[in-house]
Write a protein that binds this ligand. Sequence first.
Ligand code: M6R
Length: 614
Amino acid sequence: MCGIIGSTGDAATLNDLVEGLARLEYRGYDSAGVAVARADGTLDRIRAVDGTTSLKLLADLASERSEGYIAGLGHTRWATHGRVTTENAHPHMDCSGGIGVVHNGIVENFRELKAELESEEHHFDSQTDTEVIAHLLESFLKQGLSLREAVMQSMSRLRGAMSFVAIDSKDPGVMVGTKRMAPLIVGKGRGANFVASDIPAILGKADSFYQVGDNQVVVVSPQGIELFDLTGTSVQLVEISVDWDLAAAERGGFSDFMSKEIFEQPAAVRDTLLGRLNAPGEIVLDEMRLDPEELRRINKIFIVGCGTSYHAGMVAKYAIEHWTRIPVELDISSEFRYRDPVLDQETLVIGVSQSGETLDTLAAMNEASLLGAKTLVVSNVMGSSMARTADAVLYTRAGPEIGVAATKTHTAQISALLLLALYLAQVRHCLYPSEIREIYEEMITLPEKIEQVLATDAAVQEVAQSMAAVKRFYFIGRHVGYPVALEGALKLKEISYLPAEGYPAGELKHGPIAMIDSDAVVFGVTTRTRLWEKMTSNLEEVRVRGARIVVVANEGDTQSVGLGDAAFEVPKTHALLAPVLDVIPLQLFAYHLAVALGNDVDRPRNLAKTVTVE
Ligand code: M6R
């Protein structure tokens, strides 16, 4: 949700904050702001509202006012409490204007705290939950506590998942941050130290990156970085290994991140799959911290995730059950957590999350751990909260994904989950080694096949442009074509804002078909599987009701192609691997339609890249 950055040190500049904020825009772009501590002991605040222009405005202001910079905090907002106005933009300040706070998450008990603070004569300027933190810190500082102690004390008064960073003009070079189930990292650079919600914000500025754990307090000053627990005991810093480079977090000649990331899929899938088969032909998952013996004891798997990650998890359910015969339940993270799931020590819960920070998935995984289950996360971010807290981790190697609509991390997630399914089959002796090798060998042809799909971009664009006036879309598929249909619909909804629904093709006639008429466009995932004939019957059912049809079909499959008014062709592969290819034309379609409608694909309305509130 909101993005946080802070910098301090001789080499730190206001520009660091503005550049960092530009790289954090994917977290929220309702408004942005900075609070800058200056050598003269003042805290200067600049805030700007209005999606696209706020950062530009800040950059202009920053260039005018960069003199005397000692340290500063920056924030990009995704509004939860309080409308999108300048007064609600962060940083928020205490009554004296000497304490600045940037915050991500929700202070669930802010109403009661606000009433208490107001009764003590604190004056509030905004409608946000965040502002209570600034006033709470002010109260503690007035009692003679240091900023670090005040932050520690505040944590016991604040309820909810959050991270925040504070600065006090009385000790202007020092930033103090803390977190509980929300992202926060710190970085050391040459002559400057940093705090941020996400690694891309400080890529190219920090040379080394460190974790901040839940209920830890970090003090970042020009002299260094110190970490404490809530009792004030010093805690060892743990470095996060980051192999992303700055170029990966920039557009690199593309007009937007979404198209760049769609075209990075061959590399994302290749890097995720490479080196996973050893010389004797066994799958090796180096990062896995679960012992094969433990995996042999598992008798039930749950997969949890949200949005696109949930769709990747759905593909995995089909593959794991087919290859290992372990029963798999699939849950939306926010439902799993509160539905009293039946788990024990022989249950494995797999969380799928590109960011590794989505609060619903993080909480679902924590709940599973508490109930005694083993947990494993598939994540794209090294050192993310889930990667740190799960029993095991499997990384996708897609590089940073900045576009709000997930694309390359989705196909990388499916690839990683398929590897995991094969690994489970291997340790449990469910498939012959030769079968595993054969499937893996097919998997490593996927990057080349993705290139072939991407080469059809212009044809997809033409179809998308011809459908710019269509108002309703439906996506249908069977078996692993069903998650592809769901993902095709989600991509289109997210960036075109048009109604788009995904259904299992066989379910259409149980209700949704009532919506089908000549104004509808139906996408059918019609690549060849044993259910192909049934799929074609379902397409006939919508055709006779007047809908226009677009099929995703195997190259050269004239029968399938003939079913559609338009066809997107993809190379043939193993049926369980097909979603990696089949989803790509649907990503391209969503992209081109949104561009044709004039939408900002990287900053879709109301959305943020990582959802760290419930
Ligand atoms: O970081 P995560 O994978 O946990 O995020 C989950 C969803 O919020 C995410 O996939 C969302 O649906 C994307 N915007 C989809 O494009």
